[in-house]
Design a protein around this ligand. Structure first.
Ligand code: WT7
Length: 642
């Protein structure tokens, strides 16, 4: 499909970027990057303005932006807005129960951030220290992130849906001495026992100096003497003065763990100046944000989307950002549209998986709510199929609202490929055009760039300010993962097609990473969770097409000698993976098999397993190198029975 849809004139009247402006700015951004990025840095307040702008190399790998600049991102997101918008709502929060709301004006946000910053200081946190945040979607999550940024501490937010095991690994990896959590979080009417999970993560594991507990659900929790403190009690005596720490542009801002194709999750490290410019700039242009508008990104702050487009991007622009604790189908599947109506949301940004799930419920839950406040719609996290795109366009947006399909990654800090509402036609299913400063390249297996309309591995030829700088504690892994497949290029891990009009169509991951409901999952992680079960000998995990989730988790499992598959064991393995990683990693299909297809040298032939899981038996390719070619037929037989 190559349908073109023009942005409706009313929605983009007075937009920040016309087609001509896009062309001119894009050209300048790639032809004179230093001039372009020096100018864009002026979006921020600097204690010392940078004179060095871009200084990077992909071979050897060394990436620096604005390296002699000094700034503080909390100052830019909070303090600097006080004179003009102290009384404007910065963050509006709605809890799991409809209509339960709280808000913070910029002035109130300032007071809360200062208080939290001083509490962290009294717990001994200093510039450069890592602080783990394991929180529900409550205002304090944003406050804690900003408080860390204020004092120069490096936050590591761990999504509240991750298991104690996963949390422990992340606390250990960055050696944080402080954990900020809550008694619990609410999702769909149920309490998520966050504090109990922290207790389990720390039990016999990493030693920390303090666990600060925010009172939220008022569920029962155990408090460990000497280690655990109620945040409100410590905060009561906190001083209301805390200057912003001057940070070098290249000082670390945060670590965020993400899954790769091998081994344990990587700590993606972002630094201060470049990330700040990138999120501020992309927010302004991609969402065409106008003063006073209500912006709602439905992502959790445990993901990069929440970092960049719930907290930092909107607040750096002095916007009003809506935070939602709950889920799209509680108390029923009209919740999003109910909130859009009540809070007069102008810009709405969500994931294709949510759109597909809601589309299945029909039009009525959408149509019964007034959505006339919406001006721009956005999606992120996975490819959106044209059918879901058209539903979003037609039913949610009434064919009135431009849709931005934004491609980016944890590693990129912010949006990289997208249309801009006022500048581009849309094509359902295509992310669109490169953002300013972005030079995508489609490389073939030999590393040759393919020009014009072509398909290949999506790489970046040049750096951009929001790029991650290293894998925390393992720079070699950073180099290996992103810069070794194609020397001198950043390799995204995605496949992509470019059409005659220069639009990019993301085709999905080409590595062993799968995308389940917009959550990134390393197949190797699920495999190691499975084989940690005492009855499992071996496993291979692949993705397969799933109507709602995009991809589902398909697990081939072989048992140790003498064990027989059973429904009970299947359930147990499912539970086991949930416990090891978290509910988002729950296997969709478990396929017991006596053996996995291997080459004579013992390498698992994942290509074949992927095809079988996808129900594509016609194109299995060469199976002659298999040690046991007969196995393929029995695997197909097993797949058909599912
Ligand atoms: C992977 C990155 C970026 C924040 C959320 C996910 C996939 C992301 C799109 C899109 C097609 C997309 C890619 C990418 N992806 N956005 N608009 N169209 N695919 O961040 O967890 O780091 O995952 O998500 O495969 O590599 P992440």
């Amino acid at each position: 499909m190559n349908e073109r849809i023009s942005p409706p004139a009313a929605a983009i009247q007075g937009s920040h970027c016309t087609p001509e402006q896009y062309e001119a700015l894009y050209r300048q951004s790639v032809e004179q990057p230093d001039a372009f990025w020096a100018e864009q840095a002026k979006r921020l307040d600097w204690f010392k303005a940078p004179t060095e702008i871009a200084n990077w190399s992909f071979d050897p790998v060394d990436i620096r932006w604005y390296e002699d600049g000094v700034l503080n991102l909390c100052h830019n997101c909070v303090d600097r807005h006080l004179p003009e918008r102290g009384d404007q709502v910065a963050l509006l929060w709605e809890g799991d129960e409809p209509g339960v709301t709280r808000s913070l004006t910029y002035r109130q946000l300032h007071a809360e951030v200062v208080r939290m910053a001083n509490v962290l200081k009294t717990q001994g946190v200093k510039k450069g220290d890592r602080v783990t945040l394991y929180l529900p979607m409550i205002l304090e999550a944003a406050v804690a992130m900003l408080a860390c940024a204020r004092i120069g501490a490096v936050h590591s937010v761990v999504f509240g849906g991750f298991s104690p095991e996963a949390l422990r690994g992340r606390i250990e990896d960055c050696r944080s001495r402080i954990v900020v959590t809550a008694d619990g979080g609410m999702r769909g009417g149920k309490v998520v026992p966050l504090k109990a999970n922290v207790d389990a993560a720390l039990d016999g594991g990493p030693e920390v100096d303090a666990v600060l507990v925010i009172r939220h659900c008022r569920n029962d929790v155990a408090m460990m003497e000497g280690r655990d403190r109620w945040y409100d009690e410590v905060a009561a005596d906190a001083s209301d003065d805390c200057p912003c720490e001057p940070m070098n542009a290249e000082d670390p801002l945060f670590i965020l763990y993400t899954s790769g194709s091998t081994g344990k999750p990587k700590g993606v490290l972002h630094t201060t100046g470049g990330y700040a410019v990138w999120t501020a700039l992309t927010f302004h242009y991609v969402f065409d944000y106008r003063p006073g508008e209500m912006f709602w990104c439905t992502a959790d702050v445990g993901w990069v989307t929440g970092h960049s487009y719930v907290v930092y991007g909107p607040l750096a622009n002095g916007a009003t950002s809506l935070m939602f604790e709950g889920v799209p189908n509680y108390p029923d599947c009209s919740r999003f549209w109910d909130m859009v109506e009540r809070h007069k949301v102008n810009i709405f940004y969500t994931a294709p998986t949510a759109i597909r799930a809601l589309a299945r419920e029909g039009e009525a839950p959408v149509k019964k709510h007034d959505r006339s406040s919406i001006r721009i719609l956005g999606t992120v996290g996975e490819p959106i199929n044209p059918q879901a795109w058209l539903w979003y366009w037609r039913v949610v947006g009434d064919e009135r609202c431009p849709i931005v399909d934004t491609w980016w990654q944890t590693e990129t800090g912010g949006i990289m490929i997208t249309t801009l509402p006022g500048a581009h036609d849309m094509k359902p299913g295509s992310a669109g055009k490169p953002f300013f400063g972005i030079v995508p390249e489609l490389l073939d297996a030999e590393g040759k760039a393919r020009g014009g309309a072509a398909e290949g591995n999506l790489c970046m030829a040049t750096s951009w300010p929001g790029q991650m700088r290293t894998v925390y504690g393992d720079h070699e892994r950073f180099v290996q993962t992103y810069f070794s497949a194609y020397r001198g290029h950043y390799f995204s891990g995605d496949g992509c097609r470019r059409d005659d009009d220069g639009y990019y169509w993301i085709t999905g991951r080409v590595d062993d990473v799968i995308n389940v409901s917009g959550h990134r999952m390393g197949t190797a992680e699920v495999e190691s969770a499975l084989v940690s079960h005492k009855l499992v000998a071996e496993s291979a995990v692949v993705g397969y097409p799933h109507d709602i989730k995009g991809q589902g988790i398909y697990c081939y499992v072989t048992l140790i000698a003498g064990e027989e598959p059973s429904d009970a064991l299947e359930t147990e393995l499912r539970q086991h993976v949930r416990k090891e990683i978290g509910p988002i990693a729950t296997p969709d299909l478990i396929h017991f098999t006596p053996a996995l297809p291997k080459t004579r040298s013992g390498k698992i032939m994942r290509r074949i397993l992927r095809k079988i899981a996808e129900n594509e038996y016609g194109s299995l390719g060469d199976t002659s190198t298999l040690a046991d070619p007969g196995l393929v037929d029995s695997l197909i037989e097993g797949r058909r029975n599912r």
